[in-house]
Design a protein around this ligand. Structure first.
Ligand SMILES: [Zn+2]
Length: 269
């Protein structure tokens, strides 16, 4: 009799376990599907006064510190060799990245080219550009080309020292290591004999600067940090800094009416 009772209890227990589980699963499922129950999650605007949120958002937009680095830094989405790789304050090149086809910039015939290196892929179009500019009476020289990860550390630290350690200021015009387009070997800082080959803001008033802004894209070069887009690029306007992305890409970019930063973002999702 005792044995039968134990067996019965055991049987009841066995039978009840799967039923309980099934019941729980169904309830869990129904709760999630019960849209009425979770309406507040889907339509918060029904219960929250959004006007205050909009006010806060507007305040933040106006006080945006565009030169700052984001909290999260990602590795670049494309390889450094890719002409369309996005390198900015959010996306960083590996410290080990260096192009394999570096040659002296003088191979293109550009003045001061013996002091700098560029990727060989840039040379044919740069040669055409220098030649055509010269035919139109425009002189171009190079004042910076490829910079290694280590050189960029030194460059950034140099500017930091020159500006009493003010990172907020230096971040408006100098990239930290891994974040510089110069590490790609496709970025060039141009100057001209009009300003005795100096680097900087003076360049924007030269014939060379005007000629580049109108013609460089035809040779695959586009300005990286245009005027008025600081809050998108993260850098002050640099009239002298161009990046080579190839003739076809440059033409596409111009046709789309995009600045380089936004054109590249589309290719680096
Ligand atoms: Zn530059």
């Amino acid at each position: 009799m005792k044995k039968v009772l134990i067996l019965l209890i055991f049987l009841i227990l066995i039978l009840s376990i799967p039923q309980k589980t099934a019941e729980l699963t169904i309830n869990w499922d129904t709760d999630y599907k019960d849209k009425k129950k979770y309406k507040w999650v889907e339509n918060p605007q029904d219960i929250i006064d959004t006007s205050t949120i909009v006010q806060i958002q507007k305040k933040e937009e106006n006080s945006i510190r565009w030169w700052e680095y984001p909290d999260t830094i990602y590795p670049t989405k494309r390889n450094g060799d890719d002409l369309l790789v996005l390198v900015n304050k959010q996306y960083k090149l590996p410290s080990s990245y260096a192009p394999k086809d570096l040659v002296k910039a003088s191979k293109s015939g550009i003045r001061r080219g013996e002091n700098y290196y560029l990727r060989n892929i840039v040379i044919p179009d740069l040669t055409r550009m220098i030649t055509d500019a010269k035919l139109e009476g425009v002189d171009l020289s190079i004042v910076s080309g490829y910079r290694s990860y280590q050189t960029q550390i030194d460059t950034y630290n140099y500017w930091l020292k020159m500006n009493n350690g003010n990172t907020n200021l230096v971040d408006t015009f100098s990239a930290r290591a891994g974040h510089s387009q110069h590490q790609l070997g496709t970025a060039i800082d141009f100057s001209t004999n009009e300003i005795r080959d100096k680097l900087g803001d003076e360049f924007s008033n030269t014939k060379a600067s005007k000629w580049l802004s109108q013609n460089a894209y035809k040779y695959g070069f586009v300005i990286s940090y245009p005027k008025g887009y600081e809050n998108i690029t993260g850098y002050k306007h640099e009239s002298w800094h161009y990046r080579y992305i190839g003739v076809e890409n440059a033409q596409n970019m111009i046709n789309l009416g995009k600045i380089l930063e936004l054109y590249l973002r589309d290719y680096n999702l």
